[in-house]
Design a protein around this ligand. Structure first.
Ligand SMILES: CC(=O)SCCNC(=O)CCNC(=O)[C@H](O)C(C)(C)COP(=O)(O)OP(=O)(O)OC[C@H]1O[C@@H](n2cnc3c(N)ncnc32)[C@H](O)[C@@H]1OP(=O)(O)O
Ligand SMILES: O=CC(=O)O
Ligand SMILES: [Mg+2]
Length: 538
């Protein structure tokens, strides 16, 4: 019989780790990693708190009638045509297909074998930040880079890397948690540490050297930023980590998601702040929609979006956002990466054909607009995305030379939400309730992404669902198909009906339903669904 003992950690002064420890955790929660966590926290936490408070001020100004706009104080950054971001780093030149997904052991191996050029290894939208996911995700990334990763499923299926030749494996780009999330199992001087800084420090200490030895580097996707000074905070984290680990400046590279409404007005500034570490921008469409709703939630009918299913990338305000992103990136020598078409393959051939058609059309539009690559949520979608980008790029690794001088997007175009076609219907309300509850049920078990009705659902898409319900309720929207007004009573009635149709019924979804209703019908808007959800977890 083998015995396993709880490992001991070598803790620096002021650092506490309260999460359960399993064998192997001590290699990730190493002394240098925890020292880096402590330095990052002590150096950056006051500014993180300032930035979080500043987000609320923006929402308050919008509620008072002020619109988002370009910042006058950074006019000099936008007006200077001469600056460029760093040259693309090794492993990040050709990004025509990027797979995204959670970092559990099986999916890590599947992602590495998917044929994508890049794998976004996700600690954000596709992950529940359960302590085990946080630490074991980093073990899996390290083992993937070292080529030692393997897994046997409960059914006995064996998983291993198809090759250890890193040139033909996807480049790993880790997405840490956004600035809003804390990590309750790690404290420094008695304070909870930012979850993103924990993810970053653990990744840097466990995997950066191995990534460099593999001919690539420590690369990140940065989520959910709302201001260019949040990008400066990350840049300062990079400088500190590079210094601490003896890595040359510019070794770390980061692609920033432009996935909040305020950030769309600061694309140039975000590139500028990270310019020596930048690997471009990504159009994170789902969180973007969530942020549009969130930021303008009280501003009346002009900012009420129709049913989630009818808001597509061809809506004028979404076109403005993606066109601006490509032109901004290419003017500064940065990659522009497209977003997630949420369709995932299904066993139903008819559904499948429609899904592949929609994904193809979405990727075609992006490639023709000038994007250098795009995201897929499922290995089965990799060939579709690759074929579309192969057609446009051919042998070229990217299309940075397409500077899109024709694009003229004004702030008013980004704000033109009212021109979105579609209606708010009872079907849409019911769908939002179902997705919100079903997603949260899965999230609470430790899985941050799930397929529902042939669509990938993750934290970003669930945020849209619950914030639409909140906005429709608080704006007293009348449903186009039934003529009923959205009220708390109606939401409760539809919730009961939805639960009655779900396998397991209300009793299997009680915690998720409570959470969903807490964020969907509360008087005050809760900034992030995952914050109260995280507090319910061990
Ligand atoms: C808004 C945004 O931020 S988008 C980015 C964040 N969201 C994501 O990354 C979601 C990524 N996608 C996923 O997690 C998954 O595709 C899901 C949860 C939606 C569906 O997963 P499943 O229910 O396992 O789908 P399905 O049964 O079709 O999977 C078939 C196989 O592909 C694998 N697979 C599916 N998606 C992925 C993925 N993204 N990464 C790695 N492997 C995957 C499954 O593990 C499964 O492997 P197996 O045959 O060895 O068991
Ligand atoms: O992270 C991506 C998004 O669409 O949200
Ligand atoms: Mg997102």
């Amino acid at each position: 019989m083998t015995t396993t003992s709880t490992p001991a950690l070598d803790l620096p002064a002021g650092v506490e780790v309260t999460g359960a420890l399993r064998p192997g955790y001590e290699q990730i929660l190493s002394r240098p990693a925890l020292e880096l966590v402590a330095s990052l926290h002590r150096e950056l936490e006051p500014r993180r708190q300032e930035r979080l408070a500043a987000r609320a001020e923006v929402v308050a100004r919008v509620a008072a009638g002020e619109d988002l706009d370009l910042l006058p104080e950074t006019e000099h950054v936008r007006a200077d045509p001469t600056w460029r971001v760093a040259e693309p780093a090794p492993g990040l030149q050709d990004r025509r297909v990027e797979m995204t997904g959670p970092t559990d052991r099986k999916m890590t191996i599947n992602a590495m074998n998917s044929g994508a050029r890049v794998w976004l290894a996700d600690q954000e939208d596709a992950n529940t930040p359960l302590w085990e996911n946080v630490v074991e995700g980093q073990i899996n990334l390290r083992d993937a880079v070292l080529g030692t990763i393997s897994f046997t499923s409960p059914e006995g299926k064996e998983y291993a890397l198809a090759t250890t030749d890193h040139a033909s494996l996807p480049t790993i780009v880790m997405r840490p948690r956004g600035w809003h999330l804390g990590e309750k199992h790690v404290t420094v001087d008695g304070q909870r540490v930012a979850g993103g800084l924990v993810d970053f420090a653990l990744f840097m200490c466990a995997s950066a050297r191995a990534q460099l030895d593999a001919g690539k580097g420590p690369y990140l996707y940065l989520p959910k930023m709302e201001h260019h000074l949040e990008a400066r905070l990350w840049n300062d984290a990079f400088l500190l980590a590079q210094e601490a680990l003896g890595l040359p400046r510019g070794t770390i590279r980061a692609t920033c998601l432009i996935e909040t409404f305020p950030a769309a007005f600061q694309m140039e500034e975000i590139l500028w702040e990270l310019r020596e570490h930048s690997a471009g921008l990504n159009a994170g469409r789902w969180d973007y929609l969530f942020s549009v709703i969130k930021t303008y939630r009280t501003r009346g009918a002009d900012f009420v979006l129709p049913d989630r299913a009818s808001v597509t990338m061809t809506a004028p305000f979404m076109r403005a956002y993606t066109e601006l992103l490509v032109s901004t990136c290419h003017r500064r020598g940065a990659h522009a990466i497209g977003g997630m078409a949420a369709f995932i393959p299904s066993a139903d051939e008819e559904v499948n054909a429609a899904a592949f058609q929609k994904v193809t059309a979405d990727k075609q539009r992006e490639a023709e607009d000038g994007f250098d690559g795009s995201w897929v949520a499922h290995p089965g979608m990799v060939p579709t995305c690759r074929e579309v980008f192969d057609h446009v790029l051919g042998e070229r690794p990217h299309q940075l030379d397409r500077t899109r001088e024709d694009v003229q997007v004004r702030p008013a175009d980004l704000l033109d939400v009212a021109a979105t076609p579609g209606e708010v219907t009872e079907r849409g309300l019911r769908a939002n309730i179902e997705v919100g509850i079903r997603y949260l049920s899965v999230w609470l078990t430790g899985r941050g992404a799930v397929g529902i009705h042939h669509l990938m659902e993750d934290a970003a898409t669930a945020e849209i669902s619950r914030s639409q319900v909140w906005q429709w309720l608080h704006q007293g929207v009348t449903l186009a198909d039934t003529g009923e007004q959205v009220t708390r009573e109606l939401i409760h009635r539809l919730t009961d009906e939805v639960l009655a149709d779900l396998p397991g019924g209300a009793s299997d979804h009680r915690a998720a339903t409570d959470l969903f209703l807490q964020v969907a019908v509360a008087d005050e808007f809760v900034d992030f669904l995952t914050v109260p959800a995280y507090e319910t977890m061990p």
